[in-house]
Write a protein that binds this ligand. Structure first.
Ligand code: 5AD
Ligand code: SF4
Length: 437
């Protein structure tokens, strides 16, 4: 029996799909296959922006024919969109051929839901209000060797006014530090070379007192484990980023000198309306503090344009911030109203054509900055961790400590190795080079 998982959204979701795969393997689905050959198809959805939802709706709808041809096929829809208020009913109504609908908190029960569905005709729907237990007891089928993701906490307490995440992922719950450290140690034993600690807001790890230590202490403990590996973490919230974290980053070579620090906007009025609880000045001061400890550190960010009431000059503050900070790259988004959030009911929603013109200008600037930064690398040597082979291009590829992609050619398989590359060419955000060993 085969399975196929369709994932939308962020790293958190990609890792949860690895857990879904783990559950499916336990239930006797032996291998991953194409949609057509699958005996179960699971959609792991995202609801952070409207287009992610539309995409999922389109792809679920397209399965109607396949299901009509293959009655035994099981179709399950889970993740953030299923957890959203009223969405499970909508999914059932629009797609009566869906067999299982499960919320973000119900992932660990997917195996039971499959069993329930096997003995009844009607669809099985399970949407819990909150996560029952931080340890989900699932062994993931990891698909991203030599990289491994490790959850350190779930949920978010912040309620940024545009964001649906706290509604679908619930309040912050931290895993016990000892469980995290043991999981990482086991991954290193298995040969994983890059560990990314995941949480919606890693700096407030242990805010519920359940972790047993603070985030900088956890980072320090994980980075002190033996072996050559890279340690990364995301996402940090500027309101909680502290000097203690910067000090730990500077202390350990194993921690990538890279910080993903979403700023969202460069304007204080908009930041306040977003309920971000920091100012442009505080953000800039944090970057200065970080660079004092780690002069080579690079910063990436997330930016939103077209938040309700954003004026042209407020948008230009964001452009100026991008110029000033020199982010090595940035994820850029058009504000998308999410039902139930504060911002969705604010007056002064920005017309689509204005949003479009702003995102085009922002993307142009971000791309130019990224290209300039990449071009500085020509002639330098960088260490990349080789993670894949691109058959079409005929190149091995991997990332440097900052997350920048590097390509090279090799006669033998180098996946999982750290490679020193002499950079000969920069193309957009990618680097091309020659392996030195
Ligand atoms: N509209 C646009 N972007 C959003 N993000 C979160 N919610 C929204 C929204 N409603 C972006 C933020 C966040 C990233 C993960 O997604 O920039 O940091
Ligand atoms: Fe959403 Fe803000 Fe929480 Fe990030 S910190 S998940 S943007 S509410």
């Amino acid at each position: 029996m085969n399975y196929h998982i369709v994932t939308y959204g962020c790293q958190m979701n990609l890792h949860e799909s690895e857990k879904i795969a783990g559950i499916l393997r336990e239930k006797g689905f032996e291998s991953e296959s194409s949609l057509e050959d699958a005996d179960i198809i699971v959609f792991n959805t995202c609801c952070i922006r409207e287009n992610a939802e539309n995409h999922a709706f389109g792809n679920i709808g397209a399965l109607k024919k396949l299901k009509a041809k293959k009655k035994s096929l099981l179709i399950a829809v889970g993740g953030c969109m299923a957890q959203e208020e009223g969405k499970a009913e909508l999914i059932r109504k629009r797609f009566p051929f869906v067999d299982i609908v499960f919320g973000t908190h119900n992932l660990p029960s997917l195996g039971d839901l499959i069993d329930q569905k096997r003995v009844r005709r009607r669809a099985v729907v399970q949407i819990a209000e909150a996560r029952e237990c931080v340890e989900d007891g699932v062994t993931p089928v990891r698909t991203s060797y030599p990289n491994a993701w490790v959850n350190i906490m779930y949920g978010c307490n912040n309620f940024c006014t545009y964001c649906i995440v706290p509604y679908v992922r619930g309040r912050e719950k931290s895993r016990k530090a000892q469980d995290i450290i043991s999981e990482v140690a086991a991954l290193l034993q298995e040969g994983y070379k890059e560990i990314t600690l995941l949480g919606q807001n890693v700096n407030s790890y242990n805010s519920d007192g359940q972790g047993g230590m603070s985030f900088p202490e956890l980072l320090d403990a994980v980075a002190s484990l033996d072996g050559k590996f890279r340690l990364r973490f995301m996402t940090s919230h500027p309101k909680d980023f502290t000097e203690e974290v910067a000090v730990v980053m500077a202390r350990h070579k194993k921690i990538s000198p890279h910080l993903h620090l979403p700023v969202q906007s460069g304007n204080n009025r908009i930041l306040s309306l977003m309920n971000r609880r920091y100012t442009r000045e505080k953000y800039l001061a944090e970057i200065e503090m970080l660079k004092k400890h780690l002069p080579d550190c690079e910063v990436t960010t997330d930016l939103i344009v077209g938040f309700p009431t954003e004026t042209e000059s407020e948008f230009e503050d964001t452009l100026r911030l991008v110029e000033e900070v020199g982010f090595s790259s940035a994820f850029t988004f058009v504000y998308s109203p999410r039902t139930g959030t504060k911002a969705a009911s604010m007056e002064g929603q920005i017309p689509e054509e204005v949003q479009k013109s702003r995102i085009i200008r922002l993307v142009d600037l971000v791309n130019r900055k990224t290209r300039e930064k990449s071009a500085e690398y020509v002639g330098r040597t960088v260490e990349i961790l080789c993670e894949d082979y691109d058959e079409k291009k005929g190149y091995y590829l991997g990332r440097d400590a900052y997350g920048r992609m590097g390509y090279f050619q090799s006669e033998k398989n180098r996946i999982g190795e750290f490679i020193t590359l002499k950079i000969t060419k920069a193309n957009g955000i990618s680097l091309y080079g020659e392996a030195q060993d």
